[in-house]
Design a protein around this ligand. Structure first.
Ligand SMILES: NC(=O)C1=CN([C@@H]2O[C@H](COP(=O)(O)OP(=O)(O)OC[C@H]3O[C@@H](n4cnc5c(N)ncnc54)[C@H](O)[C@@H]3O)[C@@H](O)[C@H]2O)C=CC1
Length: 497
């Protein structure tokens, strides 16, 4: 059934697709929801048309999914890492083979451009391939003790892990969470955002086709209530969450009741510092990459752009020129570089921020589709300063704030004056300065002379209220596994009693 939806993708155009397939997945198949009266409409952001109905899972369905995941975990965790790797490599291959179709469906549900969605799907299969490569390397240590005794450690899976995703990178988030989880021998129950329920279940089908045991990667649909059921379920060992800080705090609180491990990928308000000795064109391109991907709905965006005063006029001129040249429009067209915001409420939220007395250098409000698109650059003289709400809070829209600075010491202080700490960036040709600034910025990532590149080999995660734990890179194995120590006596027991 779902294959037929994917197979219809080559002909699909904006405003034509309706999804009627069931969107839950456990026991190796799509599952019909039981509470259809509670359904919520899911919109195609580019048109405002109803794409499908999302029916939230209740307690019994969540329980069924988790039990199905647990049964799969008992089989999968006993397989050798190399055996798991083979299945995961096959899943990565299938995603690669269907990437155009998956990307198209992602665009229809999310509103981002097809150009970006194709990159997202590439990153998704690369992540699964990367962790497949690590699956066979999981190993412990051998420790020699006195008298011939010894100990060894085993790196073991946690059990059933829950993934809760946001709407900005639906397929990619599901892959980033499931790949390390599965590589370590865990099972995962994934809940996508209720606004983007369509593509996670495609990933579930691909894992199944690749050969994972039925139940290993399950999808339950729903919002806060379903998420709460997942976090409280006694058979869940870990919750990995991507989303806003307020929800992240709730996840942590709920998980603490069952002492479950937690990974939190939360919001940001990241600084991008541009020194006067930078290569200006690269800095301008970096600032655009730092702000306008996925219509600005990216957690690690560098939305506080600090520009050294001497180059502010040239910087602003270039950034405005390039911003005005961004092609807005139908996200399924190859030439479009900015699509639609996720929803009308999100648009209103973004507009609310920019109406707070900021002078907008450039702003397009276009409405070829139901949801409007905006692009703003707030200028950097007296109009935009560190105390404004739009400079302090995560907007999650295509709004760049530009502010002047004079010295390195001053800008680092201002850059760090935030409760967030997800990412940061610096443009300069002075290598000592670049590394000094990177060291002093309080953030989980610092980009030097680029911004918003996320290779799967590189750990990603936050400082401060942007969360903890990491995704991607080798280190994430530690967040999806636990060490068992085995102590072996070779002689007699020396008892004190
Ligand atoms: N930094 C980031 O990566 C993201 C930030 N955001 C920010 O958050 C704002 C609100 O967007 P939302 O999608 O509502 O974010 P959210 O953080 O409320 O939702 C993210 C996920 O958590 C789930 N969820 C919500 N409440 C829950 C609960 N009590 N227990 C368990 N799961 C729960 C949601 O269903 C969704 O799957 C956005 O406007 C944006 O500013 C949103 C998505 C990603």
């Amino acid at each position: 059934m779902a294959q037929s939806l994917l197979n219809s993708m080559p002909q699909a155009t904006t405003g034509t697709v309706v999804v009627t397939d069931h969107l839950n997945f456990w026991d190796g198949k799509r599952v019909k929801p039981t509470q259809e009266t509670n359904s919520e409409p899911v919109f195609e952001p580019a048109t405002g048309r109803v794409l499908c109905q999302m029916v939230p899972c209740g307690a019994e369905e969540v329980d069924e999914a988790i039990k199905s995941a647990h049964a799969a975990y008992l089989k999968w965790s006993k397989m050798a890492g190399m055996e798991r790797a083979r299945v995961m490599l096959e899943a990565a291959r299938i995603i690669r083979e269907r990437k155009e179709k998956i990307a198209k469906l992602e665009v229809i549900n999310n509103g981002k451009t097809i150009t970006e969605a194709l990159v997202d799907i590439d990153i998704a299969w690369q992540c699964i391939e990367y962790y497949a490569g690590l699956a066979g390397t999981l190993a412990g240590q051998h420790i020699q003790l006195p008298g011939g005794a010894f100990a060894y450690t085993r790196r073991e899976p946690l059990g059933v892990c829950v993934g809760i995703g946001a709407w900005n990178y639906p397929f990619q988030i599901a892959s980033w969470k499931s790949a390390p989880a599965l590589a370590c021998g865990n099972a995962m129950v994934f809940k996508p955002s209720p606004m983007t329920p369509v593509t996670a279940v495609i990933l579930a089908e691909i894992y199944k086709e690749a050969g994972v045991p039925d139940g290993l990667f399950c999808v339950v649909q729903g919002g806060a209530e379903t998420g709460t059921l997942l976090c409280h379920h006694p058979m869940v060992a870990k919750v990995s969450f991507t989303g806003s800080v307020p929800t992240g705090k709730k996840i942590m609180e709920m998980s603490s009741k069952g002492v479950k491990q937690v990974t939190l990928e939360l919001g940001g308000k990241s600084p991008l510092i541009i020194f006067k000795d930078c290569e200006l064109q690269n800095a301008v391109k970096g600032a655009l990459m730092a702000n306008f991907l996925t219509q600005g709905q990216v957690c690690c965006n560098g939305t506080r752009v600090y520009v050294q005063r001497e180059i502010m006029p040239q910087f602003l001129e270039e950034v405005v020129k390039r911003t005005k040249a961004i092609t807005l429009g139908d996200p399924l067209l190859d030439g479009t570089r900015m699509g639609a915001l996720i929803s009308k409420p999100q648009l209103e939220k973004v507009l609310g921020f920019v109406s707070q007395g900021v002078q907008i250098v450039t702003c397009y409000i276009m409405s070829p589709f139901f949801h409007l698109h905006i692009l703003c650059v707030t200028p950097g003289t007296d109009n935009c300063n560190d105390d404004m709400t739009c400079v302090k809070e995560e907007i999650f829209g295509p709004v760049m704030s530009v502010m002047p600075f004079d010295t390195e010491e001053e800008v680092i202080k201002r850059a760090n004056n935030t409760t967030f700490g997800l990412a940061s960036g610096v443009f300069t040709r002075d290598i000592s300065r670049a590394h000094r600034v990177a060291e002093n910025l309080e953030a989980g990532t610092c980009f030097i002379n680029n911004y918003n590149i996320s290779p799967v080999e590189v750990p990603f995660g936050g400082y401060k209220m942007s969360g903890f734990g990491r995704e991607n890179g080798q280190v994430t194995i530690e967040y999806y596994s636990q060490l068992k120590t085995v102590v072996v006596e070779m002689g007699d027991v020396e008892s004190l009693f």
